[in-house]
Design a protein. Structure first.
Length: 97
């Protein structure tokens, strides 16, 4: 990651770059719906600034994702690069066997 990148980035842009959502518009709608928490606080502003070390809790209709931001990117790249932008610490919600 180049050192000329800003330390923080808009939440909607980060969600799109990290391929959490397919489009930036969907990322904005997801945040505005109240389905995203940043460091435990509900966020409804897509322009909320996030950066490495921040925790995101994202409630999708059929699952819960918990991510820790590891890096930001200046553009949306391939999926292999997108997965390096976060650590997925989502709880395993499968039933015990």
């Amino acid at each position: 990651m180049p050192s000329d990148l800003p330390a923080r980035q808009r939440l909607d842009k980060w969600l799109w770059h990290a391929r959490v959502t397919k489009t930036r518009t969907l990322a904005q709608k997801l945040v505005a719906s109240g389905a995203v928490r940043v460091n435990g606080q509900r966020c409804i502003a897509p322009d909320q600034r996030v950066g490495p070390g921040d925790g995101l809790t994202i409630q999708f209709p059929n699952r819960l994702r918990v991510l820790r931001i590891a890096a930001i990117a200046d553009r949306r790249g391939p999926a292999a690069i997108a997965t390096t932008l976060y650590e997925d610490i989502s709880p395993d919600l499968q039933k015990p066997q």
